[in-house]
Design a protein. Structure first.
Length: 330
């Protein structure tokens, strides 16, 4: 039998505690119905017996304290709420226990912003990780030794798992369920919980706002110019001239400040503008493409799909139902 320990951290998102328990206990029922022995022993594990969430609106009762769990097979770290600093500080007592259990052979899975608790242990240093797209920059600043997998729903490395943002943690839970049982049980669970089992990117949900939480004023000026003039053809040389620094210096400083190259930033600004147009207007694909400064349909389609995970028509049809037409040429 597999022992699954679901943490009950301070500041936890309640659903991210309840949903893993629900999934794996329901999987036991599926196994029993198929004539098999239940596989999972699921426990909520806390620093104290009762944890209050949302200022006392909810309360979760732990089945065991961390000191009572000598060995487990899988530890699930639920999402925590923001602001993150207080939640991280309140859960420090978990860190050495997580390191100890990993050393004993336990696998560890973080859900959404639970990645911040996992990162604090040092177990992710030098490894890859997924988390909520809206917190990429904060994660990179806090944990420069960890590689964020931009857009990924699931990341797995050496017995450590992490998921993308919000409800995408269901995809990681189904992935783990399939690993511990089989594809048939995972598909049954995906149907029961109405989850798209093989969704592999959260890029379609991401909103690009640019990274401006830095102190490089020349870079901020270039960012503002790009966001104002994105419909034009912009060159790195022209942007460097705008702030009176060399091209090489601008490229280095821009990447350090924004975690994007200048070219990447221009592309993402253009695609974000295209997304907003697809969502809110009746313009066709060509009109939107020209509006954001592209004339090559193949290049636009390729870039749009690279950034969002969907081609332009699929994106428009997903978010603007009034215009869901058979524009299959794209």
């Amino acid at each position: 039998m597999k022992s699954i320990s679901i943490l009950v951290p301070e500041g936890a998102v309640m659903e991210a505690v309840a949903d893993p328990r629900y999934l794996f206990t329901t999987a036991n029922q599926f196994l029993e119905a198929a004539g098999h022995t239940p596989l999972f022993n699921v426990q909520l594990v806390g620093l104290k017996k009762q944890t209050s969430l949302l200022g006392g609106v909810y309360s979760i009762q732990a089945d065991a304290l961390i000191g009572e769990v000598e060995k487990t097979d899988l530890i699930i770290i639920p999402a925590i709420s923001s602001p993150l600093a207080p939640s991280i500080a309140a859960n420090q007592a978990y860190f050495p226990w997580l390191v100890e259990q990993f050393g004993k052979g336990a696998e560890i899975a973080s859900l959404c912003l639970g990645a911040f608790i996992l990162a604090e242990t040092g177990l992710l240093d030098g490894k890859k990780c997924s988390t909520h797209w809206a917190f990429y920059q904060e994660f990179r600043e806090r944990y420069p030794a960890i590689t964020i997998m931009d857009g990924h729903i699931i990341t797995e490395e050496l017995g450590i798992y992490s998921s993308g943002g919000a409800n995408s943690y269901w995809n990681l839970l189904l992935y783990l369920l399939e690993k511990y049982t089989n594809r048939e049980i995972a598909i049954l669970a995906s149907k029961y919980f109405a989850i798209d089992i093989d969704r592999n990117s959260q890029s379609v949900f991401a909103i690009f706002n640019g990274q401006k939480d830095h102190t490089d004023e020349e870079v901020k000026k270039v960012q503002a110019h790009i966001e104002k003039m994105y419909t034009e053809k912009l060159s790195v040389d022209e942007l460097a001239e705008l702030v009176a620094i060399s091209r090489r210096s601008l490229e280095r400083r821009f990447r350090n400040a924004t975690n994007n190259t200048v070219a990447e930033y221009i592309q993402r600004v253009k695609v974000e503008a295209a997304k907003r147009s697809f969502e809110a207007t009746r313009k066709n694909i060509n009109e939107v493409m020209y509006d954001v400064g592209y004339t090559d349909t193949k290049a636009f389609r390729s870039l749009f799909k690279k950034i969002t995970g969907l081609n332009p028509v699929a994106y428009r049809n997903k978010y603007n139902k009034q215009l869901a037409t058979a524009d299959t040429a794209y």
